[in-house]
Write a protein that binds this ligand. Structure first.
Ligand SMILES: [Mn+2]
Length: 318
């Protein structure tokens, strides 16, 4: 029996096989995201999860270059289960793959945004929905450029401790705290259909006046977050960006610029579930910095967020 079994062993992250031995352990095998097929072939694929291990645009702690690996590793634990509270499994209905990490020259920082835009455009051109694993938050800007090129201005739904609207009129700068400012300037997002959730840093800015800001206090006070977000961002394509620092440092210590008073993991899960129905066309989860993490707390939270985003995307396409 054991010898016969050995011949049929597969690693599903490599083969994508749905047959073969059914007891691959969560602690074994290639640590692709949710143990999905690791491939550069996008034929027939619905969603591609891809790592952007770039962290040279942070204002404080670095380390998000190690984020994609840590999030993948944390995700392997939940590969056998449907995401909690959704009532269906996106992995049963859709072809979700791990598209690997984007390659780039770490010493040619100025070239990185262009590479990210091309990387994301390649996925979009294949008719596939991308979900990016950051990396710092600067990766969202080139991702938005690729999405806007395909869809026109998109609604931005942003979970973040910071509004990322600090002014930055220098096109050559690559900064994780100014992507929203630049996205508005470049017309990549429809500010009136955009909303920020969980912010708790105040920026004196004018550029984002059209964006609705449901700050951390609003969330903690029990405001109608999901109802408002669905009313503001619904009815058109939505890009969701989730900066893990929207969580309180107690739930996500491993991040570049932590701020107290943030969301709990439970709140985040409920909010994401409450957004079901939005037409998600792309997403990213950024700013996981494993060197500042403890017991993989932050990576685990991020893996859950990505899984919920997958379920949110799939809700519209079931
Ligand atoms: Mn951010």
């Amino acid at each position: 029996m054991a010898l016969e079994d050995a011949k049929h062993e597969v690693d599903r992250a490599i083969s994508g096989a749905r047959t073969g031995l059914g007891y691959e352990n969560p602690f074994a095998g290639v640590p692709s995201f949710l143990r999905r097929r690791l491939t550069k072939d996008l034929t027939g694929v619905d969603v591609a999860v891809t790592g952007i291990p770039f962290d040279q645009a942070v204002t404080n702690r670095p380390g998000a270059r190690f984020g994609p690996r840590a999030v993948r590793e944390a995700s392997t634990l939940m590969a056998g289960d449907a995401p909690y509270g959704w009532g269906y499994s996106p992995l049963d209905r859709f072809d979700v793959v791990d598209y690997g990490d984007m390659a780039f020259d770490y010493a040619a920082v100025a070239d990185v945004p262009g590479r990210i835009e091309a990387h994301v455009a390649t996925i979009l051109d294949a008719g596939v929905t991308p979900i990016l694993l950051g990396g710092d938050h600067s990766v969202a800007l080139p991702s938005l450029r690729a999405h806007a090129a395909k869809h026109g201005p998109v609604a931005l739904v942003q979970f973040d401790a910071h509004p990322d609207t600090w002014s930055d009129d220098d096109a050559a700068r690559v900064d994780h705290g100014t992507f929203v400012y630049k996205a508005i300037q470049e017309g990549l997002i429809d500010a009136k259909r955009s909303v920020q959730i969980g912010t708790r840093v105040e920026v004196e800015d004018e550029a984002q006046h059209d964006i609705t800001r449901l700050d951390a206090r609003f969330v903690h006070a029990g405001g109608d977050v999901t109802e408002q977000v669905r009313a503001i961002a619904g009815g058109g394509p939505v890009y969701l960006t989730f900066d893990i620092d929207v969580l309180d440092p107690a739930y996500a210590p491993g991040t570049g610029t932590p701020v107290w008073g943030g969301l709990t993991s439970a709140q985040s899960g409920l909010l994401l579930r409450g957004l079901a129905g939005l037409d998600l066309v792309g997403a990213d989860v950024v700013e996981v910095s494993p060197p500042y993490d403890h017991a993989a707390i932050t990576a685990l939270a991020a893996a859950h967020v990505v899984y919920d985003i997958l379920a949110l995307w799939g809700w519209k396409h079931r």
